[in-house]
Design a protein around this ligand. Structure first.
Ligand code: MN
Length: 346
């Protein structure tokens, strides 16, 4: 059985494909602290549209992660959001494409840069309260935004450049936790298989994505592990990134990638939580759910959001008060879920 774009998705795919192919200069962006799905999707769209003769630039709200630069065919396509070049490019562009988020607060300062441009959104998150307008290809059933990029390139009949295949592969690889999570659907395996057939080297790619961490990442982790704690009764495990060590080591948000998987991987954990102080002084929270509790709903209570099993939010400091408040709300969410399940079985 080979992959087919789900029928319900097809009209959106065509509309977004046509908008992208009609533009002469396109600005790509993604959410704050781009992950493998955001960066991989940008890499694939940039390579695909460039091969079609479109001018494409990547302007993200936070610096493009160094660890994902190898995905981008030409580093000159990446333009810092604060530069005058970014302003000029946005002023002369036809279209902005927002990838792997559809929410205004998630694109930070880029919002102002693309305010006057027609916008397309390509995303697999559930639609939130501060949704970005314009035409869209949104499907929460997609394993990753990279899967929707595959649909677009398929609908356009390519071209399948090396960087299109690599970007899509890394987007799916990283957003499915290396094909471990429930979003690692048969369809995303089919797409990944095709990308390997198109030349992606899975071993090299895995090493570049997961096997090239700076030493400071593990030094930071060593200190973070000292804070690992749990409420075994509620099934909540949490960890805090120590602010002073983070600053001393000159760590970056990239160094925190995957850290929340440690509390979530403790036996008996329903919800894993990671706390850290952001540069703004606010406290960033990451939630991961192993069970039936919807952490998207939980994160939204704090003005954040995400997916059912993975979400995040930002709350005001100080850190200890934030931890207390968030853990109280998390316990409540666990209790509420337990009550619903009980009621459901009666
Ligand atoms: Mn994603």
């Amino acid at each position: 059985m080979s992959y087919r774009t789900p029928p319900a998705r097809k009209p959106m795919v065509r509309e977004v494909r046509d908008a992208l192919l009609a533009a002469r200069r396109v600005i790509l962006t993604t959410h704050l602290n781009a992950d493998g799905d955001g960066a991989g999707s940008e890499a694939a769209v940039a390579s695909w549209l460039r091969a079609n003769g479109t001018e494409v630039f990547i302007i993200n709200p936070t610096p493009f992660p160094n660890s994902f630069r190898f995905l981008i065919e030409n580093q000159d396509w990446i333009v810092p959001a604060g530069s005058s070049r970014a302003r000029d490019l946005c002023r002369s562009a036809d279209l902005a494409a927002v990838l792997d988020t559809g929410e205004v607060p998630r694109i930070g300062r880029v919002r102002d840069l693309i305010r006057d441009l027609p916008t397309v959104v390509i995303d697999h998150h559930p639609v939130g309260e501060k949704s970005i307008g314009g035409i869209s290809l949104r499907d929460p059933d997609a394993s990753a935004t990279g899967e929707l990029i595959y649909d677009l390139v398929l609908a356009a009949n390519g071209p399948w450049t090396d960087h299109v295949a690599l970007g899509i592969y890394v987007a799916i690889l990283t957003d499915t936790g290396s094909f471990r999570f429930t979003n690692a659907t048969p369809d995303c395996h089919r797409i990944a298989a095709e990308m390997i057939a198109r030349g992606v080297n899975q071993e090299d790619t895995y090493t570049r994505v997961y096997g090239a961490a700076p030493l400071r990442k593990y030094k930071l982790l060593r200190h973070a592990l000292e804070t690992l704690d749990s409420d075994e009764e509620a099934g909540i495990t949490w960890m805090t990134v120590p602010t002073e060590v983070y600053e001393e080591l000159d760590a970056t948000p990239e160094d925190l990638e995957g850290m929340v998987d440690i509390p979530r991987s403790v036996d008996g954990t329903q919800i894993g939580v990671l706390f850290r102080k952001a540069s703004t002084g606010d406290i960033k929270i990451s939630f991961r759910s192993n069970g039936p509790v919807d952490v998207n709903v939980l994160a939204r209570r704090f003005g954040g959001g995400g997916h059912v099993k993975a979400s995040g939010a930002m709350v005001a400091g100080p850190l200890d008060r934030a931890i207390e408040e968030v853990l109280a709300a998390t316990r409540k969410a666990v209790r509420r879920q337990a009550n619903t399940s009980e009621a459901g079985t009666e």
